[in-house]
Design a protein around this ligand. Structure first.
Ligand SMILES: O=C[C@H](O)[C@H](O)COP(=O)(O)O
Ligand SMILES: C=C(OP(=O)(O)O)C(=O)O
Ligand SMILES: [Mn+2]
Length: 449
């Protein structure tokens, strides 16, 4: 085995620093027991795969590829089923096909999947009808149900997070390498969708073109092996440091630390304090690292993050995931991009058009407008065009199911529809049709830039 399970190897310098957004586990002994058990579990990913992704992201940083990163805001244990996983993967594969073909660019595909179980929250508690309980912090911490028992943080859930991640990743690997993701299946991913949806029909037309191209290549005597499988990576927010530390191991090939809970991990907007434990943790592991940058980020903060996380200026090591909001992206992003470029760092710039565009509908549902999502991506492309930098990708919250959580899109969802299938445990996700719409529009932007 290339990653040894000795959890004490390497410098665990983050342990003594303040860590924001950690649960208040009522039973510390139970936490220690769960963590000790996790430390004995095998890695979920191989360190060499993390290196592979870093190298793919290096191509994105150099402007030679585009990153598609997407999945649930919060995965849930009761959604670890073949159907949910297949629907999500199918949506991402369809988006990938659209971006590759219509955008004419290699697409690096990364799921918010197989580990996205922990949530930072704006408020530590939630009050309903005079009853106040701890906020839901993701299935790795507590239950969504509004009862005292469910909302009490339970460290046993950390082990369930590992198991849920392992089963999900196992099926994702089977789908992506076992024939399902073969590009000759480009129609099959759309089968249950085409008749019902304008975006499904648009996709079908594109799939026919891809088919023609494949037949042409076959007739010419080329059937590249590369088209039979898809390279797909996992990612999640590295939020719960007890879990991430337990999954951080020394790679016997290099002697370096890797967080083997996922290929890429990112640090969220609420935990990216420069002197905090999360950034220190990220600085010590060799995985490709993302950092969310919201509208209050100063250029000095961005430059300090680069010094800490990418001291060797290695393209692909650091991804800045900007989430400014459609109204602010054109004001706030230019200075950040200019100062970072001037420093000589080659980071990957990715647009998260979701988290700066959330609002509460009159019905009380947390939602997002498709048009705001699209407008933030447009602003992101405009800013990068102005600065002469590469708009490296998108980071979106989506699901393969026909939910009604975000309003708008070609197959329009109205505010009055939100209650119909509002199934997210945290933030509103694009449904499959809205996700495909977005892919087509982003492909056009990419081609036109
Ligand atoms: O996913 C992101 C955050 O966890 C989420 O936006 C916070 O949501 P809240 O404001 O409902 O706590
Ligand atoms: C918590 C999230 O985002 P941010 O850190 O950007 O608020 C998220 O990606 O779900
Ligand atoms: Mn979210």
């Amino acid at each position: 085995m290339s990653v040894n399970a000795n959890p004490d190897a390497g410098a665990r310098t983050w342990r003594d620093l303040p860590a924001a957004q950690q649960p208040e586990w009522p039973d510390r002994d139970a936490l220690r027991t769960a963590v000790a058990e996790l430390e004995s579990y095998p890695p979920l990913v191989f360190a060499g795969e993390c290196d592979q992704l870093r190298s793919r992201l290096g191509a994105v940083a150099r402007g030679e590829a585009f990153l598609l990163q997407g999945g649930d805001c919060a995965e849930a244990f009761d959604q670890v089923s073949a159907e949910h996983i297949r629907n999500k993967l199918k949506t991402l594969l369809q988006m990938g096909a659209v971006l590759t073909y219509a955008g004419s660019v290699p697409v690096v595909k990364v799921g918010r999947i197989a580990g996205q179980y922990s949530k930072p929250r704006s408020k530590p508690t939630e009050t309903r009808d005079g009853v106040t309980l701890p906020s839901y912090r993701g299935d790795s911490v507590n239950g969504f149900e509004f009862t005292e028992a469910a909302r009490t943080p339970d460290p046993e859930r950390l082990k369930r997070m590992y198991q849920a991640s392992a089963s999900t990743l196992n099926l994702v690997r089977a789908f992506t390498t076992g024939g399902y993701a073969d590009l000759r299946q480009v129609h099959a991913w759309n089968q249950d969708f085409v008749k019902r949806s304008p975006s499904g029909q648009r996709y079908e037309a594109l799939a026919r073109e891809i088919d023609q191209a494949l037949k042409f290549m076959h007739a010419c005597g080329t059937d590249p092996e590369e088209l039979k499988t898809v390279e797909f990576f996992s990612s999640h927010e590295a939020l719960l440091l007890d879990y991430e530390s337990a999954m951080t191991r020394t790679d016997s090939r290099s002697g370096k630390l890797y967080d083997v809970s996922g290929h890429m991990v990112w640090i969220g907007e609420r935990t990216r304090q420069l002197d905090g434990a999360h950034i220190e943790f990220a600085s010590q592991v060799r995985n490709p690292i993302g950092v969310k940058l919201g509208p209050t980020t100063t250029p000095e903060e961005a430059l300090t993050l680069i010094d800490k996380l990418d001291p060797d200026r290695e393209p692909g090591r650091l991804t800045f995931i900007t989430r400014m909001g459609a109204d602010t992206v054109r004001d706030r992003l230019p200075t950040l991009v200019e100062k970072v470029s001037a420093s000589g760092a080659q980071v990957v710039w990715v647009c998260d058009p979701m988290h700066g565009n959330t609002f509460e509908a009159a019905s009380g549902h947390k939602t997002r407008r498709f048009d705001d999502v699209l407008d933030e991506v447009k602003g992101f492309f405009e800013v990068h065009k102005g600065a002469g930098t590469h708009p490296g990708g998108i980071h979106v919250e989506l699901t393969g199911d026909d939910v009604t959580e975000c309003v708008g899109g070609g197959d329009e969802i109205f505010v009055g529809d939100l209650h119909q299938r509002y199934e997210t445990a945290c933030d509103p996700r694009l449904n499959r049709s809205q996700s495909l719409d977005l892919a087509f529009l982003v492909a056009e932007m990419y081609r036109d830039q």
